[in-house]
Write a protein that binds this ligand. Sequence first.
Ligand code: AHR
Length: 497
Amino acid sequence: MMEAKIRADKEKVISKIDDRLYSSFIEHLGRAVYNGIYEPGHETADDMGFRQDVMNQIREMKVPMVRYPGGNFVSGYCWEDGTGDKEKRPKRMELAWSSVETNEVGIDEFQEWAKRAGTEIMMAVNLGTRGAEEAGNLVEYCNSVTDTYYADMRRKNGFEKPFGIHTWCLGNEMDGPWQIGHKTPLEYARAATEAAKIMKWTDDSIELVACGSSHQNMETFGEWEETVLREAYDHIDYLSLHEYFGNPNNDTPGYLGCSLDMASFINKVVAICDKIKAEKKADKDIHLSFDEWNVWFHSQEQDKKIDKWQVAPPLLEDIYNMEDALVVGCLLNTLINHSDRVKIACLAQLVNVIAPIMTETGGKMWLQTIFYPYMYASRYGKGEALAPEVICDAYAAGGKEAIPYVDASVVWNEKERELTVFAVNRNLKDSVRLELDLTGFKGLKPIEHKVLNHEDLKASNSPDEPEKITPKEGSGVQDSVVTLEPHSYNMLRFFAE
Ligand code: AHR
């Protein structure tokens, strides 16, 4: 058996974790909204047509915030289409995903869904085909108490009280040639700055996220961030990062190391933010919003065969296997271990579209493998991230020289007096005898050890076998030692006096 050790000290804190680190994303894409969260004819539909089986699951997961309405979708969206009398709403050609948008759901409905699901909204504005004026109008519609046109329009639509949306995205992936209204770094930097000014003049309590790069291999990565920060620094609070991971060449050891790429992307963006901070002699830090991350590659071929111009086509319906869940566990550890600078992160997405929660139209809901590490992090990863020193062997794979066999994060929740260790064993053959050296805690008592594992790393859940891969009880901690099964995800929770 391989030996490893995790050292953590109550006094060695990375940061208090912003709850929004465990946010998610619902885009008007595929079956995320229509036949995902919203299906009026469904047996669990509430008075507004929202599926309560899905909503209850999301409430139970304690998802803190959901990004909406896109994604690529937002860059061609007229937010007014999704407000007011449903009978009068236009059907549109939706150019980002070549689908038909009925506008049955818009911000009027989504804000109510969010309330019922116990989550906040992270609202994106269209900086593709539209600009500062429409963005400001949307802030007024959502947040203003003034007796003025857009706040009154909200009241006429039946909402006396403002929606109170705090976190806003200045467009989406504007560096990508695939984006409706794609911009050069300077074009975007100017558009975002002017939109930011109007949005904050409309409501000075909001926080703004400017677009960073769509992934770290973009040709403009670096130049994009520097240009945006030089123009917009004083007007924004966060810079975004997006990245999706996959295993298209079936190199599992290499794939399990992809969280190292996420870490290196974060470190590079932090360095750029701090460089511009120094250049500007600024006091304020720009924090990061990793507002799209996940595994996405399984559905890419099947999506090419889906006909255009349908309402709610089954796009991006990746079916996740066991190894994807290990990767998601490692990506979550990476976010926790960088929580001093990453304050917001969104698992993209939440329902049906590259999602932990799946629905059958007219049928049941089922959970994918990646649901479990995300749910455990969201439920038990709140509090302070402690700096874990992980002492273990490493292996070379996927072009990387040293991928540690054990990947971990440690979170202390003072209020609940709970310490949680999230640990992934990347070793495909051997168990790991893991010693936990946890300093500064009195009377630590194990509460539970949950393990997600399956002998077949390519095995998945499905509507017919929804519980093929679910967490089981682990062997537990004895004398500060726990055994991590080969290729397993582990959640260890302790009580401290
Ligand atoms: O999440 C799916 C898509 O991925 C989003 O619409 C876009 O922002 C990204 O490219």
